[in-house]
Design a protein. Sequence first.
Length: 411
Amino acid sequence: MRKVLITTSLIAFLLVFFSVTQGAFAADNVWRIGTIYPLTGPNAKNGIKNFDGVKIATEMINEAGGVLGKKVVLVSADAPDPQAAASEANRLITNERVTAIIGTQSSSLSMAATVVAEKNKIFYIETEGVSGLITARGFKYLFRTTFSGSMMATQMVDFSAERLASKLGKTKKNLRLAIVHEDGGFGTSTGKGLQARAKALGLNVVATQSYSAKSADLSGLILKLKQAKPDILLAAQYINDSILFHRQSKELRFKTLVFGTTAGQGNPDFVKALGKDADGVLAGGIPAEISIKRLGAQPNKDAADFVQRYKKTHRGEYPNPTSFVGFGGAWIFYKFILPNAETLDPDKLRAAALSLDIKPGHGVLNWGVKFAKPGARNAGQNLYASAGINQWQDGHLKLIYPREIATADLR
C-alpha cells in the first residue's frame, strides 16, 4: 500500500513538474502580451473592433516570423466596465504574470486599468482612449499611441482658421468663432482645449456657452448664440443633445457652419435623425473612414495587408477606423518598441519607447512615433499621432483631413 502511495505521489509530482517546466519553456519561446478590451457590455461594439485590429497585427507579425524570432501570444481579458478593467488588469498581472498590456479602447476603462498597471510597474499601450486625463497623471509605464482630446481640439481650431475661414471668405482676423459644450468631463475638457487654442492663435471667440447634455430644451442657449453671430460654431456634444441642438437651431433659424466631434455630429444616428440637414456639418475625432493610397511605401504595404485580412474575416467589410487604431497601437509595439527592448522587462520597454523618433509618414498609417518625455504635462503621449476631420456629404460621413488618409475634399 505504501509503495502505491509513493508511486502515486511521484507520478503527481512529475506531472506538476512537467507542466510547470513545459509552461516555463513555452513562455520562454513566445512573447506573452496581455490585452484588455470591452468585449461585452455597452462598449463592446467598438471594443471588439479595436481588438480585431490588435489580433490582425498579431497575426501579421507572427506570419512574418514574430518579433526577434519569437511569436506573440495574446492573453485576453474582457472589461465591460471600469471595475472589471481594474480587476482584469490585476488578474493578468498576478495570475498570468504578464508584464506588458495592450488596451483599452474606452477612456474610462483606461483610467481604471492603467492605475493597476502603473502600481505594479507594468508596461501599458493605450490604443484608443483619448481623454487628456489618461496622460496627465505622470505615469512612467503608460504610452498612448493614438491622439488625445486636446490634440483633437487643436486640430479643429487650426482647421477652422486655416481652411474654413478662407472657404467662408474670411481671414483669421475677422473670423468669428463660438464654442458650445456639454458640461460633463468630455465636453468641459474639449471646450477648454478649444478655447486655449483659439486664444493662442489670437482668434475672435464671440461666445462660449456650456449646458447639461440632459437638457430637454436648448432654445435659450441657441438664442444667445444667434445674437453673437458666429461664422463657425465649435461644438463638443453627445449624440442626443447634438440632435436636439440642430433641430432647435433650424426652428429658431440659427444658421452657421457647425464643427462638432465624432461623439455627437459624427455618430451615424446624427444623419438618421437629421437627414439632408446633416450635409456640410463637420466632426473632429476618429476618422470615419481611411484611404491608404497616399501613404508612404512601408506604411502603405502594412495597411494594405491589414485591410485585405480584415475584409477576409469580416465578409468583405472595409475596416472600421476603430480597428485601424487598434492595429496601429499593436503595430507600433511589435515593430518599433519590442524589437528595440529585446525583452518584456517593463523598464527596458519604457526606455525603448522613449528613444523613438520616427517621423510622420514612416511609422504606421500616417503617424510617426515620438512619445512625450517624463515630466511633460502629457507624458507618454504619441506626439506624432493625429485625429481626423470628417464631413457629412450626401448622407455619408467622409474623411477630409489629414490629406494622407482622406477619402474626399472639403465641400
